[in-house]
Design a protein. Structure first.
Length: 175
């Protein structure tokens, strides 16, 4: 089953002799996989946004707190890289989280020009509440997968995402 329209497939795969050949080649082109990955990300993002709304924050706030929970204390620029956002957007998110008592900004002792971000205990508690809500949605989303298939999907996505993240977090190494 292909989700890309035939015109997109033909344009993306000009060497295909027919529409059938274009459809057959689509998964290896990266377009189909990219589209499905985007749609899965949107489904996960929707669950995050719903949890955020229930908790009185916005989804980008939870994404920032989660990024810090996963990667530890980070400079704002590195968090922007992890979240694929402009640094000015991370500054706005940080302002909002700090004013809500959910985030601390601290000078980097190694470089006083840099500001490090880390969640407060209240931010960690909010993230734990959100994670419980999101987990329910994700269990439903991934219910069609067997536990083995879900583990395989996580491993495969990790192989793609980890190098991407390591490029954005200088000084970090693979786990």
């Amino acid at each position: 089953m292909t989700l890309l329209p035939p015109t997109v497939l033909r344009a993306a795969l000009p060497g295909a002799a027919s529409e059938e050949e274009a459809v057959a080649l689509a998964p290896s082109s990266g377009l189909e996989l990219g589209y499905l990955t985007i749609q899965a990300g949107l489904a996960v993002g929707s669950a995050i946004d719903a949890a955020a709304a229930e908790l009185g924050v916005v989804g980008s706030d939870l994404r920032a707190l989660y990024g810090l929970a996963v990667h530890g204390t980070l400079p704002a620029g590195a968090l922007a890289q992890v979240l694929a956002l402009q640094q000015s957007t991370v500054t706005l998110i940080s302002d909002r989280l700090e004013s809500g008592g959910l985030l601390l900004r601290e000078r980097d002792p190694a470089d006083r020009r840099r500001v490090l971000l880390r969640p407060t205990p209240a931010g960690e508690a909010l993230l734990a509440q959100a994670a419980a809500r999101v987990r329910v949605e994700l269990q439903e989303l991934f219910a069609p997968l067997s536990p083995a298939a879900a583990a395989s999907l996580a491993a495969l996505l990790g192989e793609v995402v980890e190098p991407w993240l390591l490029q954005r977090l200088p000084g970090r190494t693979a786990a």
